[in-house]
Write a protein that binds this ligand. Structure first.
Ligand SMILES: Nc1nc2c(ncn2[C@@H]2O[C@H](COP(=O)(O)OP(=O)(O)OP(=O)(O)O)[C@@H](O)[C@H]2O)c(=O)[nH]1
Ligand SMILES: [Mg+2]
Length: 242
């Protein structure tokens, strides 16, 4: 088992004041409406209906929080027992007091109408303010449909997120393209992201092919998220109720 498979639903929040008041790191999943944010969370966590995915665009209207934990022994683990840090046998979770490591946050999608992100007041009030003001925000997973490339709204979003926050862009629904088309789309996106207007060092803005249905890019994405959470200064906390 690994970190993301421990995810459990914590809360649905429509006002920022109701977010948890601890300092655990949070990874936000953001992107256009219907891009596949909730499906990506479900696949990454190996669960069918953890986050609510739907054919109806705009299904996710609130911030949905999912807690991640590890048995204490898995945090500082070296390779001596053959397991990597953050991995553990399934029985171990039950035996040991868990340590809460952080949270995944599913956010409402943007992009119903062709207006700049900051004029969409409902999105702005909740997801927009969350992304700009939440001190727990450790990193962002930006979900984009591999067939659409980077839209103006996604570019707006990149400007919106503080420059020091790392962003992993998942080019999802990769199963909809042929192998060759996928590689071309990835290359094109890597090129696009080098443009100076994105104002983010390359190490803080990476992209990855992904498919929730075909489980493409799953392990790579899990590793990135795990590293963000376990390398975070805030990651080591005594067990606490959440
Ligand atoms: N083929 C394919 N379909 C996908 C993939 N990921 C998501 N979908 C489909 O895309 C639709 C939208 O997925 P969601 O995960 O609900 O998208 P969302 O971004 O959470 O949508 P909102 O919450 O409405 O913003 C659903 O019909 C999913 O089944 C994928 O990797 N491949
Ligand atoms: Mg959703």
């Amino acid at each position: 088992m690994s970190l993301l498979q421990t995810a459990q639903f914590l809360d649905t929040v429509v006002r920022l004041e109701h977010l948890p008041k601890d300092d655990l790191p949070e990874i936000a999943f953001v992107g256009r409406s219907n891009a596949g944010k909730s499906s990506a969370i479900n696949t990454l966590c190996d669960r069918k209906r953890l986050a609510y995915a739907s054919k109806t665009p705009g299904r996710t209207q609130a911030l949905n929080l999912f807690s991640l934990r590890l048995p204490a022994s898995a945090i500082e683990r070296d390779n001596s027992d053959g397991k990597k840090a953050g991995e553990f046998a399934s029985g171990e979770a039950a035996k040991l007091e868990p340590v809460w490591i952080g949270r995944l946050v599913d956010t409402p999608g943007y992009g119903y109408a062709a207006a700049p992100i900051h004029t969409k007041s409902q999105w702005d009030r909740l997801a927009g303010r969350y992304l700009q003001a939440r001190k727990n925000l450790r990193a962002v997973v930006l979900i984009t449909d591999v067939r659409r490339g980077l839209t103006t709204l996604d570019e707006d979003l990149l400007q919106w997120i503080a420059p020091g926050i790392p962003v992993l862009m998942l080019l999802t629904k990769a199963d909809k393209l042929s192998h060759q088309e996928r590689l071309l789309a990835l290359k094109a996106m890597q090129q696009t992201l080098k443009a100076p207007e994105h104002h983010r060092p390359q190490a803080l803005l990476t992209c990855q092919l992904f498919s929730a249905t075909h489980r493409t890019g799953l392990e790579e994405t899990r590793q990135v998220i795990k590293a963000w959470l376990l390398e975070s200064d805030q990651a080591r906390h005594p067990p606490q109720a959440v």
